[in-house]
Design a protein. Structure first.
Length: 179
């Protein structure tokens, strides 16, 4: 459909979903292996399995921390997103709050009464722009660590929106295949 070349996944994009493992798995193994043994033997087997759990816990924590680091958003990308969100969300939100202050000032000091609907819809409009600014701030930032992106970020927005929608489609198809 698209003439763009196949993209490389980002460093913080998950490769594929992992299967959940249960914590009770070693206990079920001891129950399966020792159904005909008495309680004293199963107790010793449980005790013998306890050090094994501790020894396997250290590598699994190392694996978790490595996967956690690789799935984190890089600092440069995160700072880029935050800067855009502050500007694109902060300005409309401050304007939305200042509309209340200005309308109160006009009413108290200059006896100018603005209709309540005007104040309400103007402030709601600014706050709505703030919410859109949050979304656009995240999506218009370049998700590539080495590429700073453009000032308006329209090109990055289109690329990142395509990435997001393709991830949604893939997760939907995966959910349909599971059912």
């Amino acid at each position: 459909m698209s003439t763009e070349p196949a993209r490389n996944p980002l460093p913080f994009e998950p490769q594929k979903k992992r299967k959940k493992t249960t914590k009770n798995q070693p206990e079920t193994e001891t129950k399966k292996t020792a159904p005909n043994q008495d309680k004293s033997t199963t107790t010793t087997t449980d005790k013998s399995n306890t050090p094994a759990k501790k020894s396997t816990a250290k590598p699994s924590t190392a694996k978790k921390s490595m996967s956690k680091e690789s799935s984190q958003i890089p600092e440069a990308v995160s700072n880029r997103m935050i800067r855009r969100m502050v500007v694109l969300c902060g300005i409309p939100t401050v304007l939305g709050i200042s509309i209340f202050v200005v309308s109160y000032f006009l009413f108290q000091n200059m006896d100018i009464k603005l209709p309540n609907a005007v104040v309400l819809f103007a402030s709601l409009g600014c706050w709505g722009l703030g919410v859109l600014g949050l979304s656009y701030g995240v999506l218009s930032a370049s998700w590539e660590e080495d590429i700073p992106g453009t000032i308006l970020g329209w090109q990055e927005f289109r690329i990142n929106l395509e990435r997001m929608t393709s991830a949604w489609r893939a997760s939907r198809q995966e959910a349909k295949q599971k059912d």
